[in-house]
Write a protein that binds this ligand. Sequence first.
Ligand SMILES: NC(=O)c1ccc[n+]([C@@H]2O[C@H](COP(=O)([O-])OP(=O)(O)OC[C@H]3O[C@@H](n4cnc5c(N)ncnc54)[C@H](O)[C@@H]3O)[C@@H](O)[C@H]2O)c1
Length: 314
Amino acid sequence: MKIIVTGGAGFIGSHLVDNLLSQGHFVKVYDNLSGEGKDLLDHLRNHKNFQFIKADLKDLKTLTKETRNIDMVYHLAANSDISKGINNPEIDFQQTIKNTFNLLIAMRDNGIKKLFYTSGSGVYGDVGETYTKESFGPLIPVSMYGASKLSAEAMIYAFSNFFDIQVWIFRPANIIGPRVTHGVIFDFIRRLKKDPKKLEILGDGQQSKSYLYVLDVINGINLAVKKAKKKINIFNIASNSFINVNQIADVITEEMSISPKRSWTGGKIGWKGDVAKVRINNDEIIKLGWKPKYNSTEAVRKTVRVVLGKDKKF
Ligand SMILES: NC(=O)c1ccc[n+]([C@@H]2O[C@H](COP(=O)([O-])OP(=O)(O)OC[C@H]3O[C@@H](n4cnc5c(N)ncnc54)[C@H](O)[C@@H]3O)[C@@H](O)[C@H]2O)c1
């Protein structure tokens, strides 16, 4: 197949691109390199089935040109920093709502009939200990990130109906692993490398979520696209294990062999729009035969070791 991956130069996108190329597909990455992972695709520069287009999704003319003769779109480009939306709600509105609309217009104009989209568990909002199924509702997001993901999903469903597009939507838990570009592990390691003597933790550190190793997610994507045959296929993806922020700090400081003085900014959440407890029902993806290789704690440790260069193998 001829595939385009938006956001393919990012953390998850770069692993997805490696995997799609290994399956023999032609892969074009469409990315404006606004993320932290500017050089994550350097290793593919000379690959015969790989093409890189540095462009922004807001540029509809270029997007329409570059999606000509494409069989399937994997849409990952977004602002991945949820906290940015508090001071600047325009970011998610532009990056996720308007840009997804542009992409759908380009797909319509080029007759593309298959779309995979990374939404997020942010669409569920803050529902405490409830294990949200894909059919959970009402959906009341608490951040612009979640609101824009929900809006993007809604537009995708309408375009699916209007223009006969088959879609696969993923609502993942926290994803971590080699090449990670943001999030708590990335942030803690970066700060501790600068100053190993202290660590400020946002909130009370009890925020507890499921963490997935990125290659487990890539396996899930492949499985869903191959096996789920409905016109609209929605999947949560998370493991049934959880780790909190204080425990993540334990793993990192242990692997770095340091004992920084910890302080907490206080409160149950790290920033407005954060969710203290995320619990996601993963029955649907499990039914397809998906099984994560790593639980949350193992995924955290593996990621820390790879990021620190202690493990060379992904
Ligand atoms: N990482 C997670 O834990 C997680 C969890 C759930 C959902 N997701 C979603 O998965 C997707 C990928 O996340 P990631 O962690 O790899 O993020 P990332 O920030 O590493 O990658 C996003 C990529 O999109 C590109 N991009 C952003 N705006 C663009 C634009 N206007 N035009 C072209 N390219 C643009 C960036 O340059 C970057 O390479 C995002 O949609 C994110 O919301 C991520």
